[in-house]
Design a binder for this molecule. Structure first.
Ligand code: PAF
Length: 294
């Protein structure tokens, strides 16, 4: 059966109000379309946790700092709707730009702290765009749960902070990154990799997982991250924009995995910017306790 599509806030709210009178819980999966297995895993998480799942499809101009990137972003609503029907989503909300940003729209949601550094440094304005549109989607839908991938780990923390700070009554649920069989994190941008780049791309995850293991065993981040950056260069990647160890809870920079952490990176491969991150277990307490000077 085809997935029903609504394009206006008023139709979205009517549908959700009907569900609420039937006592259904509602989940939201915000996307920009070009759906892949990573998105489908968010929908599955939504279906497992809630009675009704709304998928949003909106290529949000405010989060692109490069107009060419916005123009080139894949727009595949027809095939996305087919995938949603197969996955069992209950509603596709695909508003046009005027519905989200009507004439005179003047509000920006800006999240200090979590937005700073990494993506925030290399994509100025990106997280303001994300926080603004996600706040709108949360408020428009009135969903009780929202499902976000850990692939965009900094985005996940920005969205969590925004919902908490604005008292939006929604639980943000984190879902694990979905990887190709060779380890490459799934992304709508992977389709732009040439065959040679696609063959090289999984090295990013391999280098991150290798470094994460050493960090979890007690290695100091500075030299290890420098060595990982060199390894990416030698493997054939272009500019490494960042490779950083951050606290999983607060995103504060860490010099060692003294608490549960994430190793996050953004690198260029030809014309494609890849981001990825992996969990780093906190190093065993005895290593910290026995280190000279600790
Ligand atoms: O992760 C994305 O696809 C987008 O940043 C989001 C959350 C749908 C907001 O436009």
């Amino acid at each position: 059966m085809a997935v029903p599509i609504v394009r206006t806030v008023s139709d979205l709210r009517k549908t959700v109000a009907g569900w609420r009178t039937e006592g259904f819980t509602v989940g939201l999966v915000p996307t920009m379309g070009a759906l892949h297995e990573g998105h489908l895993s968010l929908i599955r998480a939504g279906l497992a946790r809630t009675d009704r799942v709304i998928v949003t499809l909106f290529v949000n101009p405010k989060q692109f700092n490069n107009p060419e990137d916005l123009a080139a972003y894949p727009r595949t609503e027809g095939s996305d709707a087919t995938k949603l029907a197969v996955a069992g989503a209950h509603l596709l909300y695909a508003p046009n730009a005027e519905e989200i940003y009507p004439e005179g729209f003047s509000t920006t949601v800006s999240v200090a702290g979590a937005s700073e550094g990494m993506e925030g440094s290399f994509r100025p304005g990106h997280f303001e765009g994300v926080a603004t549109v996600v706040a709108k989607l949360f408020l428009q839908s009135g969903a009780g749960f929202a499902f976000f991938g850990e692939k965009d780990f900094q985005q996940l923390q920005v969205v969590r902070r925004m919902a908490r700070d604005l008292d939006i009554p929604i639980e943000v649920v984190a879902c694990p990154t979905v990887r190709e069989a060779d380890g490459l994190a799934m992304s709508s941008r992977n389709v732009y990799l040439t065959p040679a780049e696609r063959a090289l791309a999984p090295r990013l995850a391999a280098i991150l997982f290798g470094a994460a293991e050493k960090l979890a065993a007690g290695a100091e981040a500075g030299p290890l991250l420098a060595a990982s950056k060199d390894a990416l260069g030698r493997a054939g990647f272009g500019k490494v924009e960042y490779i950083e160890l951050r606290s999983e809870a607060s995103l504060a920079s860490l010099t060692r995995a003294s608490e549960p952490a994430r190793l996050l990176a953004a690198v260029w491969l030809g014309e494609v910017r890849l981001i990825d991150n992996v969990a780093v277990a906190a190093q065993p307490a005895n290593l910290v306790a026995n280190r000279p000077g600790s």
